[in-house]
Design a protein around this ligand. Structure first.
Ligand SMILES: Cc1cc2nc3c(=O)[nH]c(=O)nc-3n(C[C@H](O)[C@H](O)[C@H](O)COP(=O)(O)OP(=O)(O)OC[C@H]3O[C@@H](n4cnc5c(N)ncnc54)[C@H](O)[C@@H]3O)c2cc1C
Ligand code: SF4
Ligand code: SF4
Length: 621
């Protein structure tokens, strides 16, 4: 059953002026700017509500997660847009925030000999090792002597996403002009005659298949003159708009990454100063980037990004994160550290090329889901914030002029502002920056350098295909390293003892076992327990569905199981994976980590990732 099966009479409805979907940095920027413009200096409404005449416009924001502090991101940001909104910003007012003091970019050599390095990279590694007395090499890592300006965050900030959104939420709600409702997922946009007329909230009191159960309560319809969609990279509301209205010609969303992170308590004797930023590349696989940001009070945020162009059918972020942490260059700082929180989330890496229609009748798109993330500078928070600010400026202009939220008006007031903004200018420079990675790591790095240093004039291209088409069979991926017959044996053995295929294959390929220490290096299951409670309230439908069981039965790689950040997807009956809602951290990685293309839309896979409740409860991520 879908939400539409409840009769209109059963479904409650409410009218507001503006409804927002999701509370991340984009909606934070939107509501901060909007709230500041809704009243006059004497407190009287600057503009009037359409649904409550005499009052300021009624603005409501629905956030899926159980609290507004449960976002996931490490954040180093230039904070240009954020500082413009808060000119007197004092970072010490935001828990865990710190000004950026020192930035390092480090190439990690492979200390264990298991990583898949091309001949060119192996040659480079040998040369670096041979010349290590002359180069800034220590602990199997080369610190780059120069960081190009496009990668630096001079004058920027380190933030915790959870603490930052909590701080912004308090500022916004303190105005009394905006309501933010966490724990309230939006199921879908209400599309009527080509216009978005508001949103429908998720049905409650259903069984796992969505059928009415005890306490059934159909999701309310929230009707609004304007719907602001800021639901992030894998937001189901934004994706439903894309399915309905299509993407602009030539645009696509084929490049993704899963970011997996921890917040850790550093050991007492750790020499890293607050404000230190370390970015790494080269290890555990050359395609994987890493980050370590040091907050005040010996706290740090660290993690890795596993991109869609790492063509591995067993690309497991958790195991790779652990190999990254024990690299000698990082382990010298992390030995004795304690895990405080853990999280994972998908990033939209198509950047401006993934931009949807930014405005239509009754709706606008902001933030990462609107293609704002800059794939050259590796920056998404400030860009998302800035798109929210631009949208609010446009909306205020229309409200003050008493003009309706038609597509034409929204394009003039919002999209035109965005086209002349720094987000757009820098997004255009970055547009082709990462195409080289589609050919390999070396061309990827050279391409990024070329694009950054020439202001986007030069780039290296690569064959862009949807992720499902990039995932090879296990036998192909491990050709030359593990014989095909042995792979079959390993899989059978893992199936018998319900073991993890990726662990077995990685160990067979030479990766050492993780030296668990019970406080930082812990099993995946322990990370789910120690790193922030994962919770799924009862009475909601499953939000991960396997649309074509026959394709799953025939699927050899089962990358969905290997990749799942929460171990929420596991082997199921007859070869069709099983989904365990209680373990899902809502990272969205299953949306693009599937080896089969949707029969009716080659840009999609056969996994459906819908709106859901619950997820990871950690206020520090
Ligand atoms: C591990 C990691 C590290 C990162 N590091 C950096 C960094 O150092 N610097 C940087 O600038 N960027 C970084 N990013 C990227 C950055 O986090 C994003 O670009 C940014 O958060 C995008 O903001 P947003 O508001 O568009 O979306 P989001 O932050 O994704 O917020 C969207 C919100 O919408 C909610 N939502 C989704 N669907 C629904 C629904 N149906 N109903 C209601 N609510 C919904 C979500 O729960 C979420 O809270 C990192 C990302 C990750 C994962
Ligand atoms: S969802 Fe099905 S087809 Fe896709 S990777 Fe998983 S098992 Fe394979
Ligand atoms: S099932 Fe949940 S935890 Fe697993 S990949 Fe999908 S969204 Fe992430």
């Amino acid at each position: 059953m879908t939400d539409t099966m409840a009769s209109a009479a059963d479904r409650q409805a409410m009218d507001v002026d503006i409804v927002c979907v999701g509370f991340g940095p984009a909606t934070g920027g939107f509501l901060t700017t909007l709230a500041a413009g809704l009243t006059n200096p004497d407190g009287t409404p600057a503009v009037e509500s359409r649904v409550m005449p005499g009052m300021p416009p009624q603005v409501i924001c629905y956030e899926r997660a159980d609290d507004i502090v449960f976002g996931v991101s490490g954040i180093v940001t230039g904070a240009r847009g954020i500082r413009a909104s808060f000119p007197n910003l004092n970072p010490s007012e935001i828990p865990m925030a710190a000004p950026v003091r020192e930035e390092r970019v480090v190439y990690l050599l492979d200390p264990v000999g298991a990583s898949r390095r091309s001949a060119i990279l192996r040659l480079a590694d040998c040369s670096i090792r041979a010349l290590q007395r002359l180069l800034p090499v220590e602990d199997d890592a080369l610190r780059l002597p120069y960081i190009p300006s496009f990668l630096r965050k001079d004058g920027g900030l380190l933030l915790s996403m959870g603490q930052f959104t909590q701080w912004v939420g308090a500022q916004v709600m303190g105005t009394g002009l905006v309501q933010i409702w966490p724990g309230t997922p939006v199921a879908r946009p209400l599309i009527e005659d080509g216009r978005v007329a508001g949103v429908r909230l998720l049905d409650q009191g259903t069984d796992r298949a969505g059928h009415p159960d005890a306490g059934f309560l159909p999701g309310m319809d929230v009707r609004a003159s304007l719907t602001v969609v800021g639901d992030g990279p894998v937001g189901p509301v934004g994706r439903q708009l894309d399915e309905h209205f299509g993407l602009p010609a030539g645009h696509h969303r084929r490049e993704w990454a899963v970011g997996m992170k921890m917040v850790v308590e550093l050991p007492d004797d750790c020499a890293l100063e607050p404000g230190t930023v370390v970015h790494t590349f080269g290890y555990p696989e050359p395609e994987i980037f890493g980050f370590l940001y040091v907050y005040p009070d010996r706290l740090a945020s660290l993690g890795i990004f596993v991109p869609s162009w790492l063509d591995s059918p067993v690309r497991t972020a958790y195991r790779y994160l652990q190999h990254w942490m024990v690299h000698p260059y990082l382990w010298r700082h992390l030995r004795g550290a304690k895990l405080r929180s853990w999280g994972a989330k998908t990033l939209q890496e198509s950047g401006r090329r993934g931009e949807p229609h930014l405005a239509g009748h009754g709706y606008i798109r902001i933030g990462e889901g609107s293609g704002s993330t800059n794939v050259l500078t590796g920056s998404g928070v400030d860009e998302a914030w800035a798109t929210g600010v631009l949208a609010a400026e446009g909306v205020l202009e229309l409200l003050r002029a008493g003009q309706p939220f038609t597509q034409k008006n929204l394009e003039r007031a919002y999209v035109a502002r965005r086209r002349v903004s720094w987000v757009e200018a820098e997004g255009r420079v970055a547009e082709r920056a990462r195409d080289g990675f589609l050919r390999g790591v070396v061309s990827g790095l050279v391409g990024m350098g070329l694009t950054g240093l020439t202001g986007g004039r030069l780039a290296l291209g690569g064959p862009s295909v949807p992720p499902a088409k990039r995932i090879p069979a296990l036998e192909t991926f491990y050709a030359g390293r593990i014989p095909a017959a042995e792979i079959v044996r390993i899989r059978e053995d893992c199936a018998k003892r319900a073991g993890s295929v990726h662990d077995a294959l990685m160990e067979r390929a030479g990766w050492p076992a993780i030296p668990y220490d019970g406080q930082l290096l812990v099993t995946h299951q322990d990370a789910l327990l120690m790193g922030g409670k994962v919770q799924a309230p009862a009475g909601y439908a499953d939000h991960v569905l396997f649309l074509y069981p026959n394709l799953c039965e025939a699927c050899g790689s089962k990358v969905c199981i290997e990749m799942c950040s929460g171990q929420a997807i596991g082997p199921g009956d007859g070869g069709v994976p099983a989904f365990d809602r209680e373990k899902c951290v809502h990272c969205g990685a299953c949306l693009w980590n599937c080896a089969a293309s949707h029969p009716e839309d080659p840009e999609r896979t056969v996994i459906e990732f819908r709106t859901g409740t619950g997820g990871l409860h950690s206020a520090e991520n």
